[in-house]
Ligand binder design. Structure first.
Ligand SMILES: Cc1ncc(COP(=O)(O)O)c(C=O)c1O
Length: 493
């Protein structure tokens, strides 16, 4: 075990280790550090506790090849890793990237020293139990006590399992999803050889209910994918209204809540959004990604089925795997085999520290990001230079400059994106259909069908406190672009 190895090292290597620990300590005083020296001390203590559990084993010499060069190689890896956007910092306000909570990072690292495999109880007894507990807490957030579910590597695989079960349950029937749904649904349907059709979204990016019903009347629909927070703009399909259509036309509902699922905990969403989330427990399956809003490192998705009998589709023989216990092995109910038990340990620890309760600290963090998004939207909306298509339903803000044409606006979005990056503010870009912008100025030339706009996912609680810094940098970037003599029409709202 790691700690025992450290104590057996030569004095010289201990000296250099303590030197680098001191260097680390002096380098990790800033609040913005993803992991600081105090965190590393917690990890060190936890490793001692873990080590104690295996103390009875006879000592063995753990010869690790290359251990003398390890420190240098790790430093080289750190140097390579600096070639990244600062995802952990509040000035990273672009894509859907949220730093894992330190407890998740530490619990993951701790468990990784054992490297359990949650495919079977034989590979990860403790972490399988932790996974079952953590997944049950997520299911409870949706009001489910009886269900079938497990962790997986992410939203794509969670959706794949949902559509696979959908296809098994209603063979030959069609899958429907909105034009703003995640692109994986169409691709997964191809992989599974299921027929797939797209239903256009309305001007708020939600599945168009009239078009959906029109398609349902033609029959042969097995499943409707309802997106609870679209990837590009964070719009929420009206699940509560789709339930009424299900009564009439009888189809399965898969809620793709990979990004938006945790917003179920909030109580101050817009009335329609709130109603949609209140109905999420009525879906047949739910995909939710702890590695998006659940403070987990990548490699942590989750799929839940309302009917535990969905387990029958997963039945398989593996004569060499499930032999130590008659209890449920997670591999018996998942498509992936080997999976990191460390991901389960990280999720379990995070939810122990920050339970998934309404008004709890975790929920407050989500609410802060959403508040930041709404405040940024309000500032943009009040400034005649900008176009903002809608008030964010969750925590994604979309905006662009008002100019004489869609193509000029699109060009300027790219320039602002680059000018902001020079000021350490990292935004994202999205190419969206102009139909999502019903409020484009009448005189603006529609010389393109899509408009490139700026997109900011304000999913860190710290975004709220940093909003003035973000706003100042947006304004400075716009000024820099405007000073570069590009044609911008006179602002009239
Ligand atoms: C709504 C939605 N579904 C599915 C996915 C795919 O998830 P992953 O990237 O974890 O595979 C995403 C990713 O952003 C998403 O936003």
């Amino acid at each position: 075990m790691a700690i025992r190895k450290i104590s057996a090292r030569k004095v010289s290597s201990r000296k250099s280790a303590s030197k680098s620990a001191a260097a680390h300590k002096s380098n990790t005083k800033k609040k913005s550090d993803p992991l600081n020296s105090e965190h590393l001390e917690f990890l060190s203590n936890a490793l001692l506790t873990l080590n104690k559990g295996f103390e009875h084993l006879p000592e063995f010499k753990n010869e690790v090849p290359g251990s003398r060069r390890l420190g240098d190689v790790l430093t080289a890896a750190a140097e390579r890793l600096t070639d990244n956007y600062p995802y952990f910092h509040p000035l990273y306000a672009g894509q859907m990237l949220k730093p894992p909570h330190p407890v998740a990072q530490l619990a993951y690292t701790l468990a990784m020293t054992i490297n359990p495999n949650n495919h079977a109880l034989d590979g990860g007894r403790a972490t399988s139990a932790m996974e079952k507990q953590a997944v049950a807490q997520i299911a409870a957030m949706f009001g489910w006590t009886k269900f079938l579910g497990h962790l997986c590597s992410g939203g794509t695989i969670a959706n794949l399992e949902a559509l696979w079960v959908a296809g098994q349950s209603a063979p030959g029937k069609t899958i429907l999803a909105s034009s703003q749904s995640h692109y994986t649904h169409e691709r997964i349907s191809k992989v599974l050889q299921l027929s797939f059709e797209t239903i256009s979204s309305d001007t708020r990016g939600r599945i168009d209910l009239k078009l959906l019903e029109k398609r349902l009347t033609r029959g042969d629909v097995g499943t409707v994918v309802v997106t609870m927070g679209t990837t590009a703009i964070g719009s929420v399909d009206p699940l509560h209204e789709i339930l009424a259509l299900r009564t009439k036309y009888n189809f399965r509902i898969h809620a793709d809540a990979a990004y938006g699922g945790y917003f179920t905990l909030l109580e101050n969403l817009e009335p329609d959004t709130q109603k949609a989330f209140a109905a999420i427990g009525e879906a047949d399956s739910i995909a939710i990604d702890p590695h998006k809003h659940g403070l987990q490192p990548y490699g942590c998705g989750c799929i839940l089925f309302k009917d535990p009998a969905a387990g029958r589709w997963y039945k398989h023989n593996s004569p060499y795997t499930y032999f130590t216990s008659t209890d449920l092995h997670l591999g018996e109910i998942s498509l992936e085999c080997s999976r990191p038990g460390a991901a389960a340990a990280a999720l379990w620890a995070t939810q122990k520290l920050l339970p998934l309760t309404k008004r709890g600290e975790f929920a407050q963090g989500l609410a802060q990001g959403r508040e930041a998004a709404r405040t940024l939207h309000d500032r943009l909306h009040a400034d005649v230079r900008f176009i903002t298509p809608f008030v964010p339903q969750l925590d994604i803000v979309i905006f662009a400059l008002r100019t004489e044409s869609v193509s000029t606006t699109s060009l300027l979005s790219r320039q602002i994106f680059e000018a902001a990056a020079k000021r350490d503010l990292h935004l994202a870009l999205a190419d969206l259909p102009i139909d999502l912008f019903p409020n484009l100025p009448p005189k603006m030339k529609r010389d393109r069908q899509t408009i490139t706009c700026l997109r900011s996912v304000l999913m860190k609680p710290a975004h709220f406190d940093w909003l003035d810094h973000i706003w100042q940098r947006i304004l400075q970037s716009v000024a820099a672009v405007q000073n570069a003599k590009t044609t911008i029409s006179s602002p009239t709202k």
